[in-house]
Write a protein that binds this ligand. Structure first.
Ligand SMILES: C[S@@+](CC[C@H](N)C(=O)[O-])C[C@H]1O[C@@H](n2cnc3c(N)ncnc32)[C@H](O)[C@@H]1O
Length: 262
């Protein structure tokens, strides 16, 4: 058996757990309690009353991680965040009164995508890891059923793909957003529990440099790359401009100016 399997906590979740295992071609163990019979497993994707959560089996105290667009950090940011004045909005180019179609080519847990969709953007999320894509899809499906965020979620879609070249668009995306994993400097104790589970699953995106050129070739207006402050630019390519924050920065590569009357 592989190192990751899908299970359910409650019998009402049997069909969803089976569907997820089948769709993402992951092993299925049935009742999560039977995990003890599979000592080689590292991670469990558990359906917990319709919510899919990822558990690191050798560090259960870290808790499960899930995509939650309704409560938690992204919901807080939706209500109290800085709107179009926040740095990500400036980097994407929203201050020009323009709400682009953004391709988030490294979607992860979809938090940045959700912020952009909250600001009115249409967002195509691209994620290559089946486990992460499964978490994302489950979070998106639940958000679409919630009256508070369903209109935001309806602007978001997910594609499971590893390269920009394999995507088919009827219209080229206005902006491409990249936030690949970068080797972390912080000692693990300083990294939030949730991020430790995510980092141990995804590892480092060592091929991240390869994302930039195809993104520049496809984006109509610009490519935005999120980098830790101490990291060199992606593919060592100097950006047109950067927006610096405390721990991170957005490197902006401009293909063409966003028209003023857009
Ligand atoms: C740091 S996380 C992104 C976090 C995200 N911005 C958020 O707000 O939740 C990077 C993600 O990009 C994915 N990724 C890296 N390279 C990719 C590629 N070439 N195609 C698709 N996904 C990729 C990784 O699997 C990982 O889930």
């Amino acid at each position: 058996m592989s190192r990751i399997a899908v299970g359910y906590l409650d019998k009402t979740d049997v069909s969803l757990a089976k569907k997820i295992a089948h769709k993402w071609q992951l092993a299925y163990i049935g009742d999560s309690a039977s995990v003890t019979k599979h000592p080689n497993l590292l991670f469990l994707l558990q359906v917990n009353f319709q919510e899919l959560e990822l558990i690191k089996l050798d560090e259960p105290k870290l808790g499960g991680i899930k995509v939650d667009f309704v409560d938690g950090a992204v919901a807080h940011r939706r209500k109290f965040g800085g709107g179009r004045g926040q740095d990500i909005a400036k980097a994407i180019g929203l201050k020009h009164g323009f709400t682009p179609h953004v391709l988030d080519a490294t979607a992860g847990l979809g938090r940045d995508s959700f912020v952009l969709a909250t600001l009115g953007c249409t967002v195509t999320m691209k994620e290559r890891m089946p486990i992460v894509a499964a978490l994302l899809e489950n979070g998106l499906e639940r958000a679409k059923l919630n009256s508070e965020v369903s209109d935001i979620a309806s602007r978001m879609s997910l594609v499971h793909a590893a390269t920009i070249e394999e995507l088919a668009f009827t219209q080229q995306p206005d902006v491409i957003y990249l936030d690949p994993m970068y080797p972390h400097r912080e000692k693990s104790a300083a990294v939030k529990k949730e991020m430790r589970v995510f980092q141990s699953l995804v590892g480092e995106d060592l091929d991240a440099d390869d994302l930039l050129e195809p993104a520049l070739a496809l984006a109509k207006y610009r490519v935005v790359v999120k980098r830790p402050s101490y990291a060199p630019p992606l593919n060592d390519k100097k950006p047109s401009t950067s927006i610096k924050m405390k721990k991170n920065r957005f490197d902006v590569y401009v293909n063409q100016a966003i028209p003023k009357n857009n």
